[in-house]
Design a protein around this ligand. Structure first.
Ligand code: 5AD
Ligand code: SF4
Length: 444
C-alpha cells in the first residue's frame, strides 16, 4: 500500500447488534477527538469504517462487496478500516484478499484505531485483533454528546458456548466493566442529554461488580444505583440469558420505577431436545417459570425474545413446540432467524442440517405467529395512559416520535420537545407503532 494523505473526514457504518452501534459511536468519538470530522450527509468520506457483524451468514461476503463498491464509488479511494466481529474472525484473510483495506481492528482493540490509521497513512497496513480485557474502555475519550436514549456497554463477551454461536470466539470471554467507570460514564451521558440509558451486554445480567464500599453488586445493584441520578428517567438492559436471572433483578422490576417494564429474554426454541443440542442449559418449562417470576413482580412487563428455526436435527414436532411456547408467552416483540452454520462452531458439523426450503417455511409460520402477537399486544395497549420519551420529530409537521415504557414506537402531535417525557393516552395501534393523544395537564 502507498502512503496517502491523512483523512479529513470519516464515516462509520455499523451492522448487527446494539453493541456494535455503541462501538460505532465510540469509534466516531475517537476519530473526532483525533481531528477527523464526520463526513457531511451525501458526501464521500476520506475514511470509511465498516463495523461488521458475524452472527449470521454472508457477513464476510457483504464486507467484500462493500469494499468493492467503496473503491469503485468515484475513483477517490477512501481509506477503509474493517472493524467489528468479521474483522476479529477473518482479519488475516481480509488483509490478504482485499488490498483496499488499510486497517483491520477487532472489537476489543478499536481504542487503537487512531494509531492504526496513522500507520496505514504511512503505507503500513495494520491489523489489531488482540483481546485485552477492559483496556479499550480505559483508553476511550469521555462522552460528549448523547441523544435522549443512549447505550452503555456494561458487560461484553460470553462464556456460555451455545453450539450455534460465534460470539464467544469474536467477543471473547465474559468481562464486566467496573462499577466506578460505569457510574462515571452514565453521569457523563446524562450531562450530555441522555434521559434513558440502555445497559448493554451479550449477557448483560451476568454483570458483576463492587460498589465503593467493596460490596458485591449484580445488575440489579447497578440499576438501583443509576436510578439515583436525578435527570435520568429511564433504565433498560439487554440482552439477558435465562440462567443468569437473579431474584434481585426480578425484584428490581417491582421496586425501581425508572426500570422500564420490558424484558428481552431469548429462548431460541421451545423444544427441550433442541435446547439441549444448542447447549442452552435451560428448558422450555424453566424459561416459562422465569417469565412467571417477572410477571409476578411487574404484571404489565412486555416480553421480547429471539428464536432460531432449522437448528440441525429440528423436526416438525420440535418446531411445533416452539409455536406452542410462543402461544403460551404472548410476546410483545421478537426476533426470529433461520439457523446459519457458523464456521468453527460445534453445530456447523452436526448431523441433520435442515434444508433451506423447510427453514424458510418454518420462519414464515413463526413470524406469522409473532406478528399476530405483536399486533395484539399493541391493540391491548390502546386506552393506556403512559409517558413517552420523545426522541425525534415525526414525518408530519408538529408530530413527535418517541417510545412508550413497553418500547413501542409512539407518535403524537402537540406541545412537546426532544428529550421530554410527554404524558399521552395511546389511541390507535398498528403492527409497528401506535398513535397517541397528548394529555393536557388539568388547570389548577
Ligand atoms: N444462526 C441463526 N441465528 C443466530 N443467532 C445467533 N447465532 C445464530 C446462528 N448461527 C441469533 C440468536 C441470538 C441472536 C442475537 O442471533 O437468536 O439470540
Ligand atoms: Fe454481530 Fe454478535 Fe458481533 Fe454483535 S456481537 S456484532 S451481533 S456477531
Amino acid at each position: 500500500m502507498h502512503t496517502r494523505e491523512s483523512p479529513g473526514t470519516f464515516r462509520v457504518k455499523s451492522f448487527g447488534c446494539q453493541m456494535n452501534v455503541y462501538d460505532g459511536e465510540r469509534m466516531a468519538e475517537l476519530l473526532t477527538e483525533k481531528g477527523i470530522a464526520p463526513a457531511p450527509e451525501g458526501e464521500e468520506a476520506d475514511l470509511v469504517v465498516l463495523n461488521t457483524c458475524h452472527i449470521r451468514e454472508k457477513a464476510a461476503e457483504k464486507v467484500y462487496s462493500d469494499i468493492g463498491r467503496l473503491w469503485k464509488a468515484d475513483g477517490s479511494k477512501p481509506l477503509i478500516a474493517v472493524a467489528g466481529c468479521v474483522a476479529q474472525a477473518e482479519g488475516e484473510e481480509i488483509m490478504a484478499r482485499a488490498p483496499a483495506v488499510g486497517v483491520v481492528v477487532g472489537p476489543q482493540a478499536y481504542h487503537r484505531l487512531p494509531e492504526l490509521i496513522d500507520r496505514a497513512v504511512r503505507g503500513d497496513r495494520a491489523t489489531d485483533t488482540e483481546m485485552p480485557a477492559n483496556a479499550k474502555f480505559a483508553a476511550l475519550p469521555a462522552r460528549r454528546r448523547a441523544g435522549p436514549s443512549a447505550f452503555l456497554t456494561v458487560q461484553e463477551g460470553c462464556d456460555k458456548f451455545c453450539t450455534y454461536c460465534v460470539v464467544p470466539y469474536t467477543r471473547g470471554a465474559e468481562i464486566s466493566r467496573p462499577f466506578r467507570d460505569l457510574r462515571a460514564e452514565a453521569e457523563r451521558l446524562v450531562e450530555a442529554g441522555a434521559r434513558e440509558i440502555t445497559l448493554l451486554g451479550q449477557n448483560v445480567n451476568a454483570w458483576r461488580g463492587e460498589d465503593g464500599k467493596g460490596r458485591a453488586l449484580g445488575l440489579d445493584g447497578l440499576i438501583r444505583d443509576l436510578a439515583k441520578l436525578p435527570d435520568l428517567h429511564r433504565i433498560r438492559y439487554t440482552t439477558s440469558h435465562p440462567n443468569d436471572v437473579t431474584e434481585g433483578l426480578v425484584a428490581a422490576h417491582g421496586e425501581v420505577d425508572k426500570l422500564m417494564p420490558y424484558l428481552h429474554l431469548p429462548v431460541q426454541s421451545g423444544s427441550n431436545r433442541v435446547l439441549k443440542a444448542m447447549n442452552r442449559s435451560h428448558t422450555a418449562e424453566s424459561y416459562l417459570r422465569t417469565l412467571d417470576r417477572f410477571r409476578a413482580a411487574r404484571p404489565d412487563i412486555a416480553i421480547s425474545g429471539d428464536f432460531i428455526v432449522g437448528f440441525p436435527g429440528e423436526s416438525e414436532a420440535d418446531f411445533q413446540a416452539t409455536l406452542q411456547l410462543v402461544d403460551t408467552v404472548g410476546y410483545a416483540h421478537a426476533f426470529s432467524f433461520k439457523y446459519s452454520a457458523r464456521p468453527g462452531t460445534p453445530a456447523a458439523v452436526m448431523d441433520g442440517q435442515v434444508g433451506r426450503e423447510v427453514m424458510e417455511e418454518r420462519l414464515q409460520r413463526l413470524q406469522g405467529a409473532l406478528n399476530r402477537d405483536q399486533l395484539a399486544f399493541n391493540q391491548a395497549s390502546v386506552g393506556r395512559r403512559c409517558a413517552v420519551l420523545v426522541e425525534r420529530h415525526g414525518k408530519k409537521p408538529g408530530q413527535w416520535l418517541g417510545k412508550s415504557p413497553w418500547l413501542q414506537s409512539v407518535f403524537f402531535e402537540g406541545e412537546s420537545a426532544i428529550g421530554e417525557l410527554a404524558e399521552v393516552t395511546l389511541s390507535t395501534a398498528g403492527p409497528n407503532s401506535l398513535a397517541a393523544e397528548l394529555c393536557v395537564p388539568a388547570a389548577a
